[in-house]
Ligand binder design. Structure first.
Ligand SMILES: Nc1nc2c(ncn2[C@@H]2O[C@H](COP(=O)(O)OP(=O)(O)O)[C@@H](O)[C@H]2O)c(=O)[nH]1
Ligand SMILES: [Mg+2]
Length: 241
């Protein structure tokens, strides 16, 4: 399987060299047929230069589009260049590249899942995030379960996308706090979604996207967005318009 490893990066000059070094090692060690693409989301620091220095492909967005825009850019490149799948991994060091093979092993299952979520909550230790964010994650887990989707880490940005997922998200990808919403879209569209336990770490420099004061806004916004994403993307019964 030929995969594109998509690294969305916004002001990640500090963490990126190690992230890309680890990726290079993981690709070599697992003999993966993989390319790395850093999507520099309009950073104001040396993100692009740090990535270029590691010899990977760098796509520079002229303006900051937010995580969703950066990820969709990477997924579109994977689709356009005929990759069999894409892996999304944070540029902040939160997702150890050594865990990437677990996503790829799950991708080789039969029937092949279209979307695989790396979940931090099924391993005995590792980074768990703040109480507020865990509470939010718990709530989103319950909400998605109403739609029939069982995932334990709905906000994880360590994921594998197969061709059907790339095709779905080529058209539309949520721009803001996109992970739970994109899961609702995928579930509604009938994609096969799986999860695998992975170990996570705390981010290795830079700043996270969700400040503590934004948490209540985030929860209301994402709750509504998840519900709408599901309703909008639900497959119509066959024969319907
Ligand atoms: N904060 C933020 N991160 C972005 C943006 N665009 C791309 N990213 C990258 O998306 C990834 C996930 O963001 P992060 O802040 O780590 O989110 P968290 O892991 O949920 O705390 C990181 O690699 C960021 O560098 C953006 O506009 N804002
Ligand atoms: Mg992160």
């Amino acid at each position: 399987m030929r995969v594109l490893i998509v690294v969305p990066a916004y002001n990640e000059e500090r963490a990126l060299p190690d992230v890309l070094g680890e990726l290079r090692a993981a690709v070599a060690q697992n003999k993966l047929d993989a390319e790395v693409a850093v999507i520099d989301d309009g950073s104001s620091d040396g993100t692009a230069g740090a990535a270029q220095a590691q010899g990977v492909r760098v796509f520079r967005l002229r303006r900051n589009l937010g995580i969703g825009g950066a990820v969709q850019c990477g997924l579109r490149i994977a689709l356009r260049e005929d990759f069999d799948g894409a892996i999304q991994i944070d540029g902040d060091g939160q997702h150890p590249a050594s865990e990437l093979s677990k996503l790829l092993q799950a991708a080789a299952a039969s029937p092949a899942p279209d979307l695989i979520v790396g979940t931090r909550y099924l391993t005995p230790d590792g980074f768990r995030s703040t109480v507020m964010r865990r509470l939010g994650g718990w709530w989103l887990t319950k909400l998605l379960a109403i739609f029939g989707l069982r995932v334990s880490d709905p906000t994880s940005g360590f994921r594998f996308y197969g061709r059907r997922a790339l095709t779905l998200f080529n058209q539309n990808y949520p721009y803001d706090y996109p992970e739970p919403e994109s899961l609702a879209m995928a579930e509604a569209a009938g994609l096969v979604i799986a999860e695998v336990p992975v170990m996570m770490r705390a981010r290795q420099g830079g700043r996270s996207s969700i400040a503590r004061l934004e948490a209540p806004y985030y929860m209301v916004k994402v709750t509504l967005a998840v519900i709408l994403a599901y309703l909008r993307n639900r497959r119509r019964p066959s024969g319907g318009g």
